[in-house]
Design a protein around this ligand. Structure first.
Ligand SMILES: Nc1ncnc2c1ncn2[C@@H]1O[C@H](COP(=O)(O)OP(=O)(O)OP(=O)(O)O)[C@@H](O)[C@H]1O
Length: 279
């Protein structure tokens, strides 16, 4: 891969908890190309969120490096925006003001020209249209469904034109139909804005549908177990989930999660103990 936008090398993260050392990430190497959509899946505790938070600059690494555009990251930056499962909107601000909020802070901090302010207004209006929020632009978060609130959170994250969007189970709290709508929306937006996306999920179907590559992580210690290239064209549609390639990839990744999670079925446990009941 030439000139990755994110380059992760030998990344380590240890947490000390109750006198024990937890290896949340060990020797993680990953390059992500500009405009690529990469999803992270794996058993609970394999370090998905920790990896995302380190790339977001919210958590320091214990070793190794994360470079963005060839520069080591030093804390959060305007080039990276995060979206979490819980929408974290400001309840006292309208949809429009929530989307413009960070921009307004910047306008207060810096000496901005009228054209800066106007271009921010134009950007907010464009995002409101793009995210299908025009009819609720003046509503408040508590008047919106979960799906609509998450659209606002994504629009707000995109406001500063981040090159990288870091998403931690952003659709985990939504119903199945709303998730499908959000999948097509985030794919459309990421292609249109040429945004690189790193996306954590527990849902393997979601992981495949959205991604160019699915990174399978394994726990204890947290590490990359496999990287799966998704055999689908860039422009996706929901019918692709029924194709043999999609179904085969889903089976392969689910088996990978089972094999790396250390979980075993009751049958496997009995078999190991030599106590399989006679047929
Ligand atoms: N602040 C912390 N202090 C101590 N241990 C932590 C901390 N944050 C994460 N861990 C531990 O690091 C490991 C990786 O956690 P992380 O949340 O990144 O995993 P995950 O794959 O995102 O899990 P899940 O799928 O359940 O959200 C886990 O064992 C977790 O308990």
């Amino acid at each position: 891969m030439t000139n990755p936008i994110i380059q992760i090398r030998q990344l380590q993260k240890r947490f000390a908890a109750n006198g024990t050392d937890i290896v949340a990430l060990q020797d993680v190497d990953l390059d992500i190309a500009p405009g690529e959509f990469v999803t992270l899946v794996g058993a609970s505790g394999c370090g998905k969120s920790t990896l995302l938070r380190i790339v977001g600059g919210l958590e320091p690494a214990s070793g190794g490096s994360v470079d963005v555009d060839g520069q080591p990251i030093a804390g959060p930056g305007i080039d990276r925006a995060m979206v979490f499962q819980h929408y974290s909107l400001y309840p006292w601000l309208s949809v429009t003001d929530n989307i413009k909020f960070c921009r307004q802070l910047k306008v207060h901090r810096d000496v901005s020209t009228l054209s800066d302010v106007e271009s921010a207004e134009g950007r907010a209006d464009a995002l409101i249209r793009l995210m299908g929020l025009s009819h609720v632009a003046n509503a408040y978060p508590n008047q919106l469904s979960g799906g609509m609130q998450q659209r606002v959170a994504i629009a707000r994250a995109l406001m500063a034109r981040p090159r990288i969007l870091l998403m931690d189970e952003p659709f985990g709290a939504l119903d199945a139909q709303t998730r499908e709508v959000m999948h097509d929306l985030i794919l459309h937006v990421s292609i249109l804005e040429k945004t690189t996306v790193l996306f954590v999920t527990h849902d393997v179907e979601e992981a495949i549908y959205l991604a160019h590559r699915v990174v399978l992580m394994a726990p204890r210690p947290g590490r990359i177990a496999a990287v799966h290239t998704v055999p689908l064209p860039d422009h996706r549609d929901q019918d692709m989930k029924q194709t043999p390639d999609f179904i085969a990839k889903k089976k392969q990744i689910l088996a990978g999660i089972r094999n790396t999670s250390g979980m075993q079925t009751d049958y496997e446990l009995l078999e190991r103990l030599g106590q399989v009941p006679a047929p």
